[in-house]
Design a protein around this ligand. Structure first.
Ligand code: C5P
Length: 220
């Protein structure tokens, strides 16, 4: 039988990744970070010195993109070929390149198909899939669909607390421009029909995890 699917979308800094992973761990579910796959492709494209602004070049790079991503919330990793890129995909260079890669339609079709395959084949009773278009495109029929939001101010503050190698203004600028680019491709700021919004602006991490798990229990 198919696993229970929990789809979680939201912008950067909403707490999406930490919350999704913690919820998966507590429920004994698998965890799929789709942003990590887009980041892995951006890393691969940069590694091959491909022009990220050329959709054709990015499309071509997709042909030899061989990645694997861990779906165990306790042993999270991302590999491109044999290279462990778990940390490298968080670099400012990758963050700056990822939106251009993610807007190529063939990239989205290819990765969406991979995510659906991964999600349906986990060896756990359920899976938490996290990203920007999970509730709408990757898993519109998911058992539970959540949009995790937070005010821009709260999101910027969280991100700059995470990234200590750059100034708060630099981090905020980069986040704003990535959000702007990404929202031209998918709408992850408003909840689609049937999607439950969890606003984490005034919640700490633990409270947000609890709120998300409450929604999951109500819906399953
Ligand atoms: O979630 P994260 O910030 O790591 O995502 C990195 C990038 O991957 C986003 O900025 C976006 O360009 C892309 N992405 C996407 N669709 C998803 C998940 C991520 O386009 N479902």
């Amino acid at each position: 039988s198919f696993p229970t699917v929990v789809a979680i979308d939201g912008p950067a800094g909403s707490g999406k990744s930490s919350v999704s992973r913690a919820a998966a761990r507590r429920l004994g579910f698998a965890y799929l970070d789709t942003g990590a796959a887009y980041r892995a492709l951006a890393w691969h494209v940069l590694d091959h010195k491909v022009d990220t602004e050329s959709a054709d070049a990015v499309k071509a790079a997709l042909a030899d993109f061989d990645y694997s991503i861990g779906t165990d919330p306790d042993e999270y990793f991302v590999l491109v070929g044999e290279t462990d890129v778990t940390d490298a995909i968080r670099s400012p260079a990758v963050s700056a390149a990822v939106s251009a890669v993610a807007r190529v339609p063939e990239v989205r079709t290819h990765l969406t198909w991979l995510f659906q395959n991964l999600a349906n084949n986990v060896d756990r009773p359920g899976v938490v899939v996290e990203g920007r278009d999970i509730t709408t495109v990757v898993a519109p029929d998911a058992d539970v669909r959540i949009l995790l939001t937070a005010s821009e101010e709260a999101r910027m503050a969280r991100r700059s607390a995470e990234i200590t190698t750059q100034s708060a203004e630099t981090v905020a600028d980069q986040l704003r421009s990535r959000d702007r680019a990404d929202s031209q491709v998918v709408d992850f700021m408003s909840a689609a029909d049937g999607v439950t919004t969890v606003d984490s602006t005034h919640l700490d991490l633990e409270q947000t995890i609890t709120a998300v798990i409450d929604v999951i229990h109500t819906r399953t």
